[in-house]
Design a protein around this ligand. Structure first.
Ligand code: FES
Ligand SMILES: [Fe+2]
Length: 407
């Protein structure tokens, strides 16, 4: 498809427009699996989601089923979630406990917490062969940063911390003294990139989300939108409005009080004025937190199921040892706003769905626009699109060969 960025007839800088074929072309979708998902560190779980021996979490990355498992002496390992006999998944659930042995449903081969074959029923028929390493499940690269467990399918990719680059300190701040409280998962109708764009877009909240829009009345829009390089980015801004204002606008819009008392305060972030942070890690992960009042500390990851359907997973975090009232308020607030049926994510789902439906006219209306923010350099105002352009500049590099070959 030639150069999907420069070859536009709009008279716009090619780094500021997006060829909509990247959302709908099956060849590009297939290339993304190998060029992006198989070549980046992919977040799978937080250590606190696997506290006990035998705990596991599964994920599908670039089409490969993977299991991350806690074994002897607390060791975390990752391996492919496929039986070496004839292929069945050995860990069937999104999350579970193997009790130390993954027993395949089909012929009951057993694997330990690191994927090594430990037994097979009626073994005599194999002679001595079961001792061969080919019966153990191959490992997947796995590294942990600040409690966040990532895997990578490509042995040639740089170590995790280098991959995280400038995003690493934010992850440390976000996860320090925190534990996962739970996950929700839903399917979004649309290409995965639309959800990740939504992470990085602060132009939309006051329009898409009635509950936020009301709170913006009369508020000066402040904050930054920053390219952290390597495809990562940060939005940082001060609290917009105040908790009482949020409560009264929710009541006005919904006729009901807010589920959580947002005036319950978490510990304020020392010295922070830009106390809301949304930090996106290339290509499909983001961390959102606020340092005061509005108790929000979530991570989101989006993974494609197909070109037009994606799974979004959201993990809520809370401070270790925080008072029960704060913990409850945090969970209520998260469910109320950030899940598929929440006041915020529900709107974002609909925005993504409408964009994807709009791409039906891709032949006639080919370009999407990401031109906000004209200052030179890597940083602009909160509602600018430096963060989106950061994503697509990395996307372009990862996909270079595939896009050029697309024809
Ligand atoms: S496929 Fe797993 S034991 Fe046969
Ligand atoms: Fe949104």
């Amino acid at each position: 498809m030639g150069d999907v960025w420069r070859d536009n007839s709009l008279g716009l800088d090619g780094s500021r427009v997006i060829d909509r074929r990247i959302y709908v072309d099956p060849a590009i979708y297939a290339a993304e699996q190998e060029q992006i998902f198989a070549r980046t560190w992919q977040w799978v779980a937080h250590e606190s989601e696997l506290p006990e021996f035998g705990d596991y979490v599964t994920a599908t990355i670039a089409g490969r089923p993977i299991v991350v498992s806690r074994g002897e002496e607390g060791r975390i390992s990752a391996f492919f979630n496929t039986c070496t006999h004839r292929g069945a998944l050995i860990a069937p659930h999104a999350r579970g406990n193997s009790a130390g042995s993954f027993v395949c449903l089909y012929h009951a081969w057993c694997f330990d917490t690191e994927g090594k074959l430990t037994s097979a029923p009626i073994p005599a028929a194999y002679g001595d062969n079961l001792r061969k390493p080919c019966y153990d499940i191959p490992q997947v690269r796995c590294e942990i940063f600040a409690g966040a467990i990532f895997v990578c399918l490509d042995p040639a990719v740089e170590p995790l911390e280098r991959f995280l680059g400038q995003s690493a300190p934010y992850i440390e701040t976000f996860l320090g003294r925190h534990q996962a409280l739970g996950r929700v998962r839903w399917v979004m109708e649309g290409n995965w990139k639309l959800w990740h764009e939504n992470f990085r877009d602060n132009y939309h909240p006051m329009f898409t989300h009635a509950v936020i829009g009301a709170n913006y009345q009369g508020v000066k829009i402040e904050g930054v939108n920053l390219d952290l390089s390597q495809g990562h980015s940060l939005l940082a801004f001060p609290s917009q409005g105040n908790p009482d204002q949020i409560k009264s606008s929710v009541r006005r819009l919904t006729g009901r009080p807010m589920a959580a008392d947002v005036t319950v305060r978490a510990r304020p972030t020392a010295g922070a004025t830009l106390n809301h942070n949304i930090m996106a890690v290339f290509p499909n992960l983001d961390f959102q937190n606020s340092g005061d009042g509005v108790l929000q500390n979530v991570l989101q990851v989006v993974r494609p199921l197909s070109i037009d359907r994606s799974v979004v997973e959201l993990v809520a975090f809370g401070e270790v040892g925080e008072p029960p009232a704060v913990r409850q308020a945090r969970l209520d607030r998260c469910l109320d706003g950030q899940t598929a049926a929440g006041k915020i994510s529900g709107d974002d789902n609909e925005a993504a769905r409408r964009c994807f439906a709009g791409f039906g006219a891709v032949r006639e209306v080919r370009w999407s626009n990401m031109d906000r923010g004209q200052e030179q350099g890597v940083q602009g105002g909160k509602n600018d699109e430096y963060s989106l352009r950061a994503f697509y500049s990395a996307y372009k590099e990862y996909m270079a060969g595939a896009l050029a070959a697309g024809g």
